[in-house]
Design a binder for this molecule. Structure first.
Ligand code: HEM
Length: 462
């Protein structure tokens, strides 16, 4: 398999491009594809394929066995969660238990709760309009998404939307945690060693992100113990919140309902359901402010339908849908390599035979910037999603990944993004000390980061 000799020999190559040059290996891989072709060896035991038509082979449906790659799982500090299940079978069992909560039907049923948070968001905007204060949209959308996923999971939220400053601190903490993801992937013993020290010593030398993760895990731990201790038949919101249902699910064995297992799933849900949703909304909103002609088009579409239209009605609006999809495409979702292993299948790519057990990955940046599918890929062009070509292009949107282990929260995320943008476009905005460099993907810390010294997307309401 082609590729630089050094990358095939030692992981130092990747370490250099991902740690010394922070989060730069995805770009290097893109360059390697230009030089060596669509399949390259990116690490001694791992291949990367840049071919939009091969994605479904790497990430097929549930009938074909795919495992996750232990090296990649180090990016998830929740080893007992569904997302971190290494084998196909274990993942299937866990996913089956959670799937019903995330169906399109379940999200539609949940829409009134999402809407109540969107109404609160509109009040926050009103408040800023009256005060003339600059608003940090990255923080506000973080708060919105966090409140919604907390309610979805536990039946209540922390009302972060009312505390922009706290939302900003939490967002910063999660970003700091992500900045350490690559170090943890290559040198897991560093965190393990720190973890083994008494806390009063470790807290002085732990990187801030790790301490914050501990605080966050402590909070989730409390939520789960509340669920496990609450045996009241009429617990409020019991029907709608996931962890009460999992606790009472008779088809799950006891080991699958242990406190630690539920904690890891809850941590994953809240983490996964916050930052990516917030970034997708903020990215679309940024481009709407930067290109007011699209803001006017979306406003016009919304003006022509009855007020407070539902998510499923909003999905029929062409410009709004184009804006949502472009925001997802250019925010790149999980930007790191999402490798899969076919443990009992030999894969074939062109003239190459890929032995069973080989991790093979793809990355959103390679697919979303492939000019054969997305011409002028860095331009925000909602029209590229229009008509038949737009419908065909949808299969190349990798934001939620593909196959049996794709994003379980996709429907919830779409509902949030559509409803939030429909509300946002009802206001008049002006960017404040923010330009494309505050949005554009520059560093991969498994999540896509723009320039490291960004202050977030800031704007004023007129
Ligand atoms: C725009 C928003 C979102 C994006 C771009 C996104 C992206 C992704 C991607 C790419 C994966 C697959 C990771 C892999 O292959 O290893 C994933 C998995 C997952 N996502 Fe999302 N996600 C979003 C929103 C959400 C929401 C709202 C939730 C929950 C409330 C959620 C929960 C999860 C979970 C639990 C998994 C693991 C699924 C499994 O292992 O079966 N995500 N997400």
């Amino acid at each position: 398999i082609p590729g630089p000799k050094l990358a095939g020999l030692t992981s130092l190559y990747e370490i250099y491009h991902d740690i010394i040059q922070p989060g730069q290996y995805v770009w290097k891989i893109k360059e390697m594809h230009r030089k060596y072709g669509p399949i390259v060896r990116v690490a001694p035991g791992e291949l990367h394929i840049q071919d939009v038509e091969y994605v479904d082979e790497i990430y097929p449906g549930a009938s074909r066995n795919r495992e996750k790659y232990a090296f990649q799982l180090r990016t998830l500090p929740v080893p007992l969660s569904m997302g971190a299940s290494r084998t196909h079978e274990l993942h299937r069992k866990r996913r089956e238990a959670l799937n019903p909560f995330f169906s399109r039907r379940s999200v539609v049923d949940y829409e009134s709760t999402i809407r109540s948070k969107i109404d609160q968001l509109a009040l926050v905007f009103e408040h800023h309009k009256n005060s003339g204060q600059v608003i940090n949209l990255s923080n506000i959308y973080y708060a919105l998404a966090n409140d919604i996923v907390m309610r979805y999971s536990f039946g209540h939220d922390d009302n972060l939307l009312d505390d922009e400053q706290k939302a900003g601190t939490l967002r910063k903490n999660i970003s700091e945690l992500l900045l350490g993801v690559k170090v943890n992937q290559h040198f897991p013993w560093i965190v393990a060693t720190l973890d083994s020290l008494p806390f009063f010593i470790a807290k002085n030398i732990m990187p801030p992100g790790v301490l914050d993760m501990k605080a966050f895990a402590g909070k989730i731990q409390k939520e789960i113990s509340k669920v496990l201790d609450d045996r009241g038949e009429n617990s409020p919101n019991k029907k709608r919140s996931i962890f009460y249902e999992l606790r009472d699910n008779p088809s799950l064995p006891k080991s699958e309902k242990s406190e630690k297992r539920l904690e890891d799933d809850a941590t994953l849900l809240v983490m996964a359901g916050t930052e990516s949703v917030a970034v997708a909304i903020a990215t679309s909103h940024f481009y709407l402010m930067q290109k007011p002609e699209y803001m006017d088009k979306v406003r016009g579409e919304i003006h022509d339908i009855p007020p407070n239209a539902s998510w499923t009605k909003l999905e029929n609006l062409s410009y709004l849908s184009g804006v949502v999809l472009e925001g997802l495409r250019l925010s790149f979702g999980v930007s790191g390599r999402l490798a899969r292993i076919a443990p009992d299948e030999i894969l074939h790519y062109k003239q190459h035979t890929i032995p069973q057990g080989t991790p093979v990955s793809s990355t959103t940046v390679c697919i979303h910037t492939d000019e054969s599918v997305f011409p002028d890929p860095w331009a925000f062009q909602p029209e590229r999603w229009f008509g038949r070509p737009g419908t065909e292009r949808r299969k190349y949107l990798m934001s939620f990944n593909k196959g049996a282990r794709n994003c379980i929260g996709m429907n919830l995320a779409y509902a949030e993004i559509y409803l939030a943008l429909a509300a946002t476009t009802q206001f008049d905005w002006e960017l404040y000390e923010t330009d494309e460099s505050d949005v554009r993907f520059k560093h991969d810390f498994h999540a896509a980061f723009p320039k490291l010294d960004t202050k977030g997307i800031r704007a004023r309401l007129l």
